[in-house]
Design a protein around this ligand. Structure first.
Ligand code: DGL
Length: 331
């Protein structure tokens, strides 16, 4: 038995690695300038929680992350988890796309060891920064046995969220993350307290292993509004493998856009109706005859998570549309 868990902290940049010109700069600052060692240097308390090993994996804002970044992060986290000396992994990350990377890891890592993705809304230099506390709490969660087998977690603002549900819902406040069904638990005085689990399959329960994925299909998102021109959809045809349509309300499609989306499906593009509302489900064969048109609907996945799931569902052997549809109700 070890006296403390062995935790690897991987740095990728973001506000948690940012620095402002003054303490008053909570939202204007240079992003991704501090190394992970510099971020941890002002958090000596973290060493009482765990034996820490660090690695600077990337150093950039998460708005820049593309599929290659996802694969790179996933494979490195997987390497770490395979090491018998590692009990858990913390990944520091810009908050903008944390929910996408975390969901990708949640669906592709093959381990029950805790993986916690964490960022901050204010750089360490700002007054009342959340950087040190969020990182401290992420290490607490990653090192605690109660976190095993829960899939990938996102810790922010004293809350522990499942990667499946969490979404950044505010561009500015410390209370920036929410899950439509609430967090899984809280971090209280350096201890995770869990109140629920996610019922959807993840990590060791999915068919996707990051170690076997070398590339991902191209999936794009079209954001709906009343005056959206058909050309916005046509532009993607011949240039993408899947299209998530972030429709109004229950995934509604304006009459003048139906033809272009039907054409996309006929041309072999996987069309997924989602909702731009931010929560709720899209009902199959409800607002649109999806079965007739060869379209797929999300369950409750927001468009950016639907994109991640569709890429994975389409990876590997070609799949029937029914199999792709089923993935949205399983994960
Ligand atoms: N550049 C943004 C990002 O890396 C900053 C947002 C943040 O980290 O809070 O996601």
């Amino acid at each position: 038995m070890r006296d403390k868990p062995n935790i690897v902290v991987l740095g990728t940049g973001g506000t948690i690695a940012g620095r402002g010109a003054s303490h008053a700069n909570t939202a204007a600052y240079a992003c991704s300038v501090l190394t992970i060692d510099e971020v941890l240097a002002v958090l000596p308390q973290a060493h009482a929680l765990a034996n820490l090993r660090t690695e600077q994996l990337l150093q950039t804002g998460s708005e820049n992350f593309n599929n290659e970044h996802l694969l790179l992060i996933g494979k490195r986290v997987s390497d770490m988890l395979e090491d018998a000396d590692v009990d858990g992994v913390v990944l520091t990350h810009g908050t903008d796309t944390i929910e996408e990377t975390a969901y990708f890891l949640h669906l592709t890592l093959k381990s029950v060891k805790p993986v916690v993705v964490v960022g901050s809304m204010r750089p360490p230099s700002a007054m009342s920064s959340d950087a040190s506390l969020n990182l401290y709490e992420a290490i607490c969660v990653a090192g605690h046995p109660a976190s095993r087998g829960r899939g990938v977690l996102v810790v922010s603002n004293d809350e522990i969220h499942t990667a499946r549900d969490v979404v950044k819902t505010n561009s500015f406040k410390l209370e920036a993350f929410g899950s439509p069904y609430g967090p899984l638990g809280y971090v209280v005085e350096g201890q995770p307290r869990y109140y629920r689990t996610t019922s959807r399959d993840h990590t060791v329960m999915t068919p996707w292993s990051i170690d076997r994925i070398e590339s991902l299909p191209k999936v794009d998102i079209v954001y709906a509004y009343g005056a959206l021109d058909e050309q916005a959809i046509v532009t993607f045809l011949g240039n993408t493998d899947g299209l998530v349509y972030a429709g109004t309300g229950n995934g509604n499609v304006a009459e003048h856009l139906v033809g272009a989306l039907r054409r996309a499906a006929r041309d072999g593009v996987q069309v997924v109706r989602a909702s731009r509302t931010g929560s709720g489900v899209v009902v199959r064969d409800g607002a649109q005859p999806d079965s007739d048109y060869g379209w797929i609907v999300v369950d409750d996945q927001v468009p950016q998570k639907a994109r991640i799931l569709l890429m994975l569902a389409m990876s590997g052997e070609p799949k029937e549309r029914d199999a792709l549809q089923a993935a949205f109700h399983r994960y």
